[in-house]
Design a protein around this ligand. Structure first.
Ligand code: GLN
Length: 211
């Protein structure tokens, strides 16, 4: 049966995710459909949900105002769904948020502490090559965009698998990608650019695989 990936389209970089997902589907002939999600009816069709980057406080507040919050909560907490949060999306999935956490109500499904804006302001945004070969076989350097990005400052459960640590120039080692069962969280934006490997991997590993 055709799988349906929804991209939460309340705010942020959802169009870029849709383009990457659709291009991956075309390239590989995956039996997958992509839909924008703004309503409970659209969410109900989905097997998987991508929560984009943007502004986590805005996504959270719009979700509450439009009555989507509880539907999203139920979706991300159900075992037979897969979910990927990028940047603001990662913040929205976390159990605990640091740095102006009172402005948002996270979905509390990923058992980590996330620190918002951990690299500073917009001007301190950056692009760096990351080597993801420890968890995929799609090659080494992947150009990775960090925009007012969060970091995962604490992992609180054995169920959370650390996927990638970023080694900064100042010698810090920061967790920027984790997986907890069928939930993926990344601090960065793989949807910005034309490299489809992250989306291809997500579709194969989270959407098409039984879990
Ligand atoms: N700093 C934003 C927030 O706290 C996230 C930025 C992003 O998604 N690129 O929600």
């Amino acid at each position: 049966m055709k799988k349906v990936i929804g991209v939460l389209a309340l705010q942020g970089a959802y169009l870029e995710h849709i383009v990457c997902l659709k291009n991956s589907i075309l390239k590989h002939g995956f039996d997958v459909e992509v839909v924008e999600v703004r309503t409970p009816e659209e969410l109900q069709r989905c097997d998987s949900l991508v929560i984009p980057g943007g502004e986590s406080t805005a996504i959270s507040q719009i979700a509450e105002r439009t009555g989507m919050y509880q539907h999203l909560y139920d979706f991300v907490h159900s075992k037979d769904k897969s979910v990927w949060g990028t940047c603001a999306g990662l913040i929205f999935l976390a159990n605990e948020v640091k740095n102006q956490a009172e402005l948002l109500k996270p979905l509390r499904v990923l058992d980590v502490v996330v620190e918002r804006n951990a690299f500073g302001r917009q001007a301190q945004s950056f692009v760096t090559d990351c080597d993801f070969s420890s968890f995929w076989d799609l090659g080494e350097a992947f150009s990775t965009v960090f925009i007012r990005a969060p970091v995962i400052s604490k992992i609180n459960s054995e169920k959370v698998q650390l996927l990638h640590k970023l080694e900064t120039k100042s010698g810090q080692s920061l967790v920027v990608a984790v997986r907890q069962d069928n939930i993926l969280g990344t601090s960065f934006h793989p949807e910005l650019g034309s490299d489809l490997r992250f989306h291809e991997w997500y579709i194969r590993e989270f959407v098409l695989k039984d879990h």
